[in-house]
Design a protein around this ligand. Sequence first.
Ligand SMILES: Cc1ncc(COP(=O)(O)O)c(C=O)c1O
Length: 322
Amino acid sequence: MRIFSKGEFLVELEKSMGNFQSNYYAMYSSVVGGIIKEPTCMMVPVDDHIVHRGDGIFEAFNCFDGKIFNLERHLARLMNSGRLLEYNMPFTNEEMKDIITETVVAGEHKDCTVRLYVSRGQGSFGVSPYDCTKSNFYVVVTKRKPWFMIRHPEGASVAISKFPPKSDIFAASKNCNYIANVMMKKEAVDSGVDFVVSVSEDGFVAEGATENIGLITQNKRLLFPKIDGVLAGTTMLRVMELAKTLVVNGELTEIAFAKLETKDFECAKEVMMVGTTLNVTSVYQFCGKDVNNGQAGKLANKLNNMIIQDICGNEKLTTNCF
Ligand SMILES: Cc1ncc(COP(=O)(O)O)c(C=O)c1O
């Protein structure tokens, strides 16, 4: 086996780079206290507990035309994940905001996806978080994928997952222990549907692998599963705010969280998946049965247009990077 020098190692790493890596624009790492634009060097230390224990928390959001949408809500959720899982946060909100915008600018692309990670930090390879000297912060800026509905205007198909929802603080925090979510995505791909959603032992629908699910009842109530067993999606919360205008004009009668069973989705007027990477995606098929006669729903599409307008034009909710 060859033993590399530092220089030779980097040369070999460079050779191993594939198509994905050409879409990585910039990375900030608190380990070195700066930004790197060379994908070969975008690394985290192997003894950071985020690697071998999944001991980290994260956020993902988009930047459109140089403006990050809903950054405050993402940072508030990151702080909440940190509180729930007892992290020593390495930076304040304001400091993180500065690092994030500087990394986006360094990436030189006004349209991009940003991912933040706070790790427990480097230390022994043990499980104890007390072995870590200090938390690390990483920001990775990459190419943004087109929204789901642009790639699939017909909408999405959804099935029930065989994997159970996470519980309590593990559902409420966005932590790097995403193996259950990974298995759900694998299950969706393997079974030929776009998304699967988990259902609790007592029969209540929770959420998708990386998205929330909601429905509109036949009597025009917009409902999402109760927030205590799912991640508080930033998109879902914003959609619930935006939908208030549809209550005023009579297109909806109510917006609420509720305990929802599979049958509620099966007899819904419309079903939708919501999240940062898909905005509001209408569901045309749930558990093999057509929703809304197998067509994308009118109100889901309306809510999708409303959130896109918000993302592109709501100055109060966007952070300008450039
Ligand atoms: C488990 C889970 N639920 C829901 C969501 C949707 O959250 P958001 O709208 O903030 O993207 C995500 C996002 O990644 C997620 O991982």
